[in-house]
Design a protein around this ligand. Structure first.
Ligand code: GLN
Length: 498
């Protein structure tokens, strides 16, 4: 067997269930690797190796028990390590959301997604780095330091699920959970050369997710390939009465078609996503990937999503508006540290003024302004109307095509500090990912090549509501006939060879 941290999630599950490796050995292998690489990457905010190993030992006991008694009913992920973005509640493990204001907050409960994965037998390795409250595209807004891109340590891993993406790319975990409010699963997946699924809004419970933009927030999965991502998706999707926006559509179990062709699959290519500002190498890699889909039998259609250009201003009104309301609860009284003042007002001001980061404060102010009396119709109300136009763009497109293929981001991973002091230029980086969130539709990002600096390039497929199965099948067909998703960062080779 190859080195344990070389295994895909699917292979790890098999190795555990066949008794080729114990959960303790596998977990320890990841913890050793994390210990060695983490100083370079800073992919995690919280690691509790002893807690992880205790879960592994418990899994090993159950594995033995299952192998003796009823092997057919073994828990699907028994003994498999996983990392969780630090905006999701894991009982007993600190959840900071990348913020100082939650530095000492330990949730007394599990998020629904975490609960479902625990029921499936996972071992939680730790909590991954994120931009503060998931507000960002680079992890540079984390109060716990930037995460470095495993392909080039001077560059960002993307964000806000940058810790999860970097950890998967550097094989510090077989798979990780992330969240996507405006691209935070897909863009870091693309920057780090891994596969990332953004689910349909409402398909996966948000209970236990520290809310950012409640009408946009979705939980997603980052892994080495579509098969691994589907394995996790199958366990976490489905209704949850603790999340009022959770869809009543029954839980679905996706089976990926092995060598399916793409006959009768209509792929739309939106002209608006191939305009100036798109790095030439990104464009050519994405166009080549579209040709691969065509060679597998897909029909390619040019389509239009005419309101794409409004996605940035619309999103950057709606998301901060919702954030300003959601973040009102962090007042120094209920969660985390309190910077006590002379009176209640001072306590609020000290705590919020000193413990929220710059970007978070900017968004609270923007959002409060957009919602304030006299301006609400002009800003928030107007943004909601344009959001409807963006949704209609997708509805119309999906009358003629089954999926949309497009770049994930205009460029490959940028240098740490490239957008420092210029939030607008950072927001513009999100142009290709925001529309799917505004429409609530699913998307999957996966690697389709490299630029001349050997940085990964990603493509996304966007589908209609609840079309995760279709999206994953197409991406799976692509991965069956290409090997970009198997490429590993140099960092990886250096360390693995030791
Ligand atoms: N980059 C976007 C933002 O800053 C999206 C972040 C996300 O999806 N959580 O809000």
């Amino acid at each position: 067997m190859s080195h344990p941290t070389d295994l895909t999630l699917t292979q790890a599950v098999q190795a555990l269930q066949n008794g080729e490796i114990s959960s303790r050995e596998l977990t320890q292998a990841y913890l050793d690797r994390i210990e060695r690489i983490e100083p370079d990457l800073n992919a995690f905010i919280t690691l509790e190796p002893e807690v992880a190993l205790a879960q592994a030992d418990e899994a090993d006991r159950k594995l033995v028990e299952f192998s003796k008694t009823r092997p057919e009913s073994v828990l699907p992920l028994l003994g498999v390590p996983i990392a969780i973005k630090d905006v999701l509640a894991v009982k007993g493990l600190r959840a900071t959301a990348g913020s100082k204001i939650l530095e000492s907050f330990v949730p007394p409960y599990d998020a629904t997604v975490v609960e479902r994965l625990r029921e499936a037998g996972v071992v939680i390795l730790g909590k991954t780095n994120t931009d503060e409250f998931a507000m960002g595209s680079s992890t540079e807004n984390s109060a716990y330091g930037v995460t470095h891109n495993p392909w080039d340590l001077s560059r960002v891993p993307g964000g806000s699920s940058g810790g999860s993406a970097a950890a998967v790319a550097a094989r510090m975990t077989p798979v990780a959970l992330g969240t996507d409010t405006g691209g935070s699963v897909r863009q870091p997946a693309s920057f780090c050369g891994v596969t990332g699924l953004k689910t349909t809004y409402g398909r996966v419970s948000r209970y236990g997710l520290i809310a950012y933009g409640s009408s946009l927030d979705t939980v997603g999965v980052l892994g080495q390939n579509v098969t691994d991502v589907a394995l996790i998706y199958n366990l976490i999707n489905g209704p949850d009465e603790r999340d009022a926006t959770s869809s009543h559509n029954p839980q679905e179990e996706i089976t990926l078609k092995g060598n399916g062709t793409l006959q009768n699959v209509r792929v739309g290519v939106p002209g608006e996503y191939f305009r100036e500002g798109l790095q030439a190498e990104v464009e050519s890699a994405v166009r080549e990937a579209i040709q691969v889909l065509e060679s597998l039998g897909a029909e390619i259609h040019a389509i239009q999503l005419p309101h794409t250009q409004y996605a940035v201003p619309v999103y950057y009104l709606i998301a901060p508006a919702e954030a300003s309301a959601n973040l009102a609860r962090f007042d120094g009284l209920r969660y985390g540290p309190r910077l006590k003042g002379e009176n209640l007002r001072d306590t609020y001001t000290n705590t919020r003024g000193q413990l929220f980061g710059r970007e978070t404060k900017r968004r609270i102010m923007l959002g409060t302004y957009a919602l304030s009396a006299g301006y609400q119709d002009a800003y928030y109300g107007k943004a909601q109307k344009v959001r409807t136009l963006i949704q209609r763009d997708f509805e119309e497109a999906f009358e003629t095509v089954d999926v949309i293929a497009a770049p994930v981001a205009p460029t490959t991973a940028f240098e740490i500090g490239a957008h420092r002091g210029d939030p607008l230029s950072m927001y513009l980086e999100d142009i290709f990912t925001l529309p799917a969130n505004l429409a609530g539709v699913p998307g999957i990002a996966f690697p389709v090549g490299f630029d001349s600096r050997s940085l990964p390039i990603g493509m996304q497929l966007i589908g209609s509501h609840f079309q995760e199965q279709g999206l994953m099948n197409i991406a799976h067909c692509y991965q069956n006939s290409t090997d970009w998703h198997t490429m590993k960062a140099d960092l990886y080779r250096t360390y693995a060879d030791e």
